[in-house]
Design a protein around this ligand. Structure first.
Ligand code: IPT
Length: 967
């Protein structure tokens, strides 16, 4: 019996690749429950699989499409770059779980087969990793290329009744060497299976070319097909035969911002095909990417197909959900990382409007462990397989206006095959530029492209002043050519865990240089798989080596598609309208590439200390074209005599769109009006008088522990604190990737996670004041802080000033040269567990950090303590709020506890300590742990990317901060 799985060839017996389209020709979905049996080796259940007589009644059943590892058979495996088999191309180990599938089906009574003289085609939209197919005992052939369709002509093999379709799917095949993307290995028939009638006189394949000429607003439409047909587009009055060019004097171009599709038909003798035509032209001119003659800036995300229960077997609703979420968060572009998506997704991108970088199903990342020796693109043996994948992508997706760039693949080093691929695409489809990031010569790419540069490096690239890539000589032809290319940032802002930081910083640079055509955040969604009790699993939850661990949890959405704070931040950072208040005017900058602002309404409102002041209105923004700025007078807003008066100006959708209701906020800004100075009297200088007896430590309603000097009661509230807190539960980004940026390793090396505290002198300079001296630092080290807590009774409240002065040696002995900076400068209090809610005035409502705070606005917010926790799949620091003016905690039967910052505090409140959070023990400790901090360092994106910029760290210097507590 034939065994194809180790053959490096792409397939056998298949029909030529062609466009994916919808037509009125009969179609029979074969999705549903199939018979299924999993075996341990590539031979599966043996040679009897295709035999119609084989008794499979004892087999399991499985749904198609699906991945068998998510349907109770074997288990999903996750590796990042590593191949889960020896690098011995094109061979695979004997242990090769293999799924044998069988389906019995009848043709519908009216199936045209036979009497209409047409053909019947069997199509698989995706089989991972290799499928060999038989119908009624006849071998049809096999195919590799998991995320691409393949078809067999089954006209001769199919019968009206009692058909037996058999498919053998090996988990590992030669194709797996080309599919080493950073994602779960999920085998199976995971996309639709269907039977298509191809009528006599039908059209098998056609190519739509619909260009737009920005100089005169005209369009040119040319549809070529493999059989004669009539092209009709009623809205344009077009009715031309295939092969004839139709000049359209006036068309509305297609863009992601205004996805004007002209619906039409392509009618041949045997069938009518739906056309969804978008007129647009893509070109690179003057070192810039232009669409329809104007530059575009991709505000993009890298999207893997992922569903926590279904893996890459996505249903249409999930695709729509992704697109709605993208559009609502100002995302305008998708890189289909790292393979062509289900074809329906591209139809939806055409309709909703997203620029698409369609990426081929090619990644050979694991050859890094062989020093790139034998890398498939460099080996002739793989040429056909690589070209086959390219052809199948381009042919399938060529008619989508949303697809504006072909990406040759991801992380596959370099090799001659990329030259062949480039030549083939340029010949077949000269209308779209090509992208490939990993070949340092960039010879086969129309873009210079990188992953994860630092802000400084990106700035240099914007200026076309970058260093040449390693191995490329300065001023060599490749260097000169690359410097003239537009730059596409194919991955940045690694969204793993809490983060990414600096989104607004990146965006500011991306918007400053003409060379940039945009950027794609890594990545859209966490690839967590549904685990027991509502949990999500990552690679490390499956006992297997090699293991990519938690690295699959790096998305802007949690696995169940709940938006993370990172997505809220992205939405603000990339908002397509810039609103600023300058010199008594509101400046509105249109950052869209193609549309004016006519679809938006500009509203303003005023709040005083976060409470609506009762006035507001709308702004009449004059017409403002793409990349233009309009100015309107500042609205007449009253400034309150006391408190903070803030005006909020929002750009909202004037009318509902397909993806959001009217009123949906696209962009906003806030500005403080007037200023009201702080009236708090300065603290008297700390006395250096002699210590007093440690009894009777009271200041009015406040009672202190005589031994530790800590507050233990305030009015009716029994509490403890503060404890100097320099720790936070490390985030994924704190853990970084190595000596360069593994901050948490440095912190732990010097003991920032295990400070011990000593209380020194306690002074009572007067009966309103208590001064507690101390020192905090870790065992084995000299480093620490000398602390002074100065308490003072003021107007019935308790004022606290904290001074912390660094002492000792803050160098990290592990990496000698580094000065370790603490993640936090804070004060921790323990409060009764009965507190349930927090109200605050400051930034909110979501969490905010020094480098991730654009999405937060100034306002008054109230949330249950439990709702302040962000459920990162891997527990880590979360829920901070910068620039908090005051907060109030409440709970049934407890006096409200109020804290006023002076002027601001960072706060977090949770039912567990940072240490428990770090250990993943999110259990109610019976207390509420409240941090009232001077600050915390930013979040960054160092889990895959540059180190956290210095300006977002907490410097090792004297820190002083103050607050007032009252119960
Ligand atoms: C980059 C990969 O392209 C992407 O698939 C993902 O693995 C990402 O890293 C990390 O999550 S490659 C890396 C070497 C920068």
């Amino acid at each position: 019996m034939v065994d194809f799985h180790e053959d490096p060839g792409p397939g056998t017996g298949r029909r030529a690749a062609r466009a994916d389209f919808l037509s009125d020709a009969p179609r029979l979905s074969l999705n549903g429950r199939w018979r299924f049996r999993l075996s341990a080796t590539a031979q599966g259940t043996g040679p009897g699989l295709p035999d119609p007589e084989l008794d499979d009644s004892g087999w399991d059943t499985i749904r198609v499409p699906s991945h068998w590892v998510l349907e109770g058979h074997d288990r999903p495996l996750y590796t990042n770059t590593a191949y889960p088999f020896p690098i011995d191309p094109p061979r695979l180990p004997d242990d090769n779980p293999t799924g044998d599938y069988r389906l019995r089906f009848d043709l519908p009574d009216d199936w045209p087969q036979g009497w209409a003289g047409g053909r019947t085609v069997l199509r698989f939209q995706g089989v991972d990793s290799c499928g060999t197919v038989w119908l009624n005992g006849t071998l049809l052939g096999h195919s590799k290329g998991s995320r691409l369709p393949f078809e067999f002509d089954v006209t001769e093999a199919v019968r009206p009744r009692g058909n037996l379709l058999a498919v053998r799917v090996q988990r590992w095949s030669s194709g797996s060497y080309l599919e080493d993307q950073d994602m779960w290995w999920l085998p199976g028939v995971f996309r639709d299976v269907e039977l298509l009638s191809r009528p006599a006189g039908g059209i098998d394949d056609f190519t739509v070319s619909a260009s737009y000429d920005a100089s005169d607003g005209s369009g040119a439409l040319l549809v070529t097909a493999d059989a004669p047909g009539l092209v009709e587009v009623p809205a344009l009055g077009v009715a031309v035969p295939t092969g004839d060019r139709a000049a359209v004097p006036h068309v509305q171009p297609w863009s992601a911002e205004r996805p004007r599709l002209y619906r039409g038909t392509l009618t041949a003798a045997g069938e009518t095909i739906e056309l969804a035509i978008g007129f647009r032209s893509v070109e690179i001119a003057g070192g810039r990417l232009l669409v329809n003659g104007a530059p575009v800036l991709f505000r993009g995300v890298n999207r893997h197909e992922h569903h926590p229960e279904r893996g890459r077997a996505l249903d249409r609703d999930t695709m729509i959900r992704d697109i709605e979420l993208m559009k609502r968060h100002n995302v305008n572009a998708v890189r289909t990382a790292h393979y062509p998506p289900h074809p329906e997704f591209l139809r939806l991108c055409d309709e909703y409007g997203l620029w698409v970088v369609d990426e081929c199903d090619i990644e050979t990342h694991g050859f890094i462990y062989a020093g790139w020796e034998g890398n498939p693109p460099a080996e002739p043996m793989w040429r056909e397989a690589l070209l086959d994948r390219t052809r199948r992508m381009v042919e399938r997706d060529k008619n989508h206006p949303s697809v504006v760039i072909w990406s040759l693949g991801n992380e596959s080093g370099s090799g001659a095959a990329f030259g062949d691929i480039e030549r083939w695409i340029r010949e077949r489809d000269p209308s779209r530029p090509l992208h490939y990031e990993r070949d340092p010569s960039y010879r086969h790419s129309d873009f210079y492209s990188l992953m994860y540069p630092s802000l400084d490096d990106l700035e240099r690239i914007g200026q076309r002043k970058e260093e040449p890539p390693e191995g490329v000589a300065a001023e060599s032809p490749d260097d000169v050519r690359r410097r003239g290319l537009p730059f596409l940032l194919c991955e940045y802002a690694h969204a793993m865990g809490n983060g990414p930081g600096s989104l607004a910083d990146y965006q500011a640079i991306l918007e400053s240089y003409e060379r940039f055509c945009g950027a794609f955040v890594w990545e859209w969604i966490d690839h967590g798989l549904a685990g027991p009790g509502g949990t999500f699993l990552h690679g490390g939850d499956i006992d297997y080596e090699p293991n990519g661990g938690r690295y699959c949890l790096d998305g802007l959405l949690f696995p169940d598609r709940t938006p993370s704070p990172g997505l809220a931040e992205l939405r603000k950072a990339i908002e397509p309208v810039g609103i600023t208040v300058e010199a008594g005017e509101v400046a509105v900058t249109n950052k869209y590439d193609t549309v004016d602002l006519g679809h938006l309404e500009f509203r303003w409102r005023v709040e005083v200390d976060g409470i609506p002041a009762g006035h507001g209105g709308t702004l009449a923004v004059p017409p403002c074209g793409p990349r233009e700025t309009a100015r309107v007078p500042m609205p007449e807003a009253e400034v309150a005599s006391e408190g903070e008066t803030w005006i909020t100006i929002e750009a909202v959708l004037a009318t509902a769109t397909r993806w959001a209701p009217a009123g949906h906020v696209i962009a906003f800004t806030q500005t403080r009006l007037g200023t009201t100075p702080h009236h708090r009297p300065p603290l008297p200088a700390t006395s250096t008088g002699r210590p007093r007896a440690l009894d009777g430590l009271r200041l009015g309603e406040a009672v202190f522990d005589a031994r530790t000097g800590r507050l233990v009661r305030l009015g009716g509230v029994e509490l403890t604190g503060p404890v100097l807190d320099v720790w936070r539960a490390p985030t994924e980004n704190d853990r970084g990737q190595g000596p360069r940026n593994a901050l948490a390793a440095d912190w732990e090396a010097v003991g920032l996670d295990r400070f011990l505290h000593r209380t020194g002198d306690v002074e009572r300079p007067d009966d309103r004041t208590l001064v507690v001296h101390g020192r905090s630092g870790p065992a084995t080290r000299t480093l620490g802080f000398r602390t002074t807590y100065t308490w003072q009774r003021r107007d019935g409240a308790l004022h606290l000033r904290i001074d912390a002065e660094p002492v000792g040696d803050w160098h990290d002995t592990a990496y000698g040269h580094l000065t370790v900076s603490p993640p936090r400068m804070g004060a921790r209090f323990s409060l009764p567990g009965g507190y349930t809610d927090v109200e605050w005035f400051g930034l909110g409502p979501g969490e905010s950090y020094a480098d991730s705070r654009a999405a937060a606005r100034v306002g008054r917010f109230a949330l249950p303590i439990d709702a302040l926790q962000t459920p990162y799949v891997v527990p880590q620091e979360n829920g901070n709020h910068v620039e908090t003016r005051w907060l109030e905690l409440r709970g049934p039967g407890l006096p409200a506890l109020r804290v006023d910052g002076e002027p601001h505090l960072d706060f977090t409140a949770r039912r567990w300590t940072s240490e428990a959070l770090q250990a993943g023990q999110l259990l109610d400790s019976g207390r509420v742990w409240l941090n009232l901090d001077h600050g915390q360092q930013g979040v960054g994106s160092a889990s895959c990317g540059p180190a956290l910029p210095e300006r977002y760290r907490v410097p090792v210097r004297r820190h002083s901060w103050s607050m007032t507590l009252s119960a």
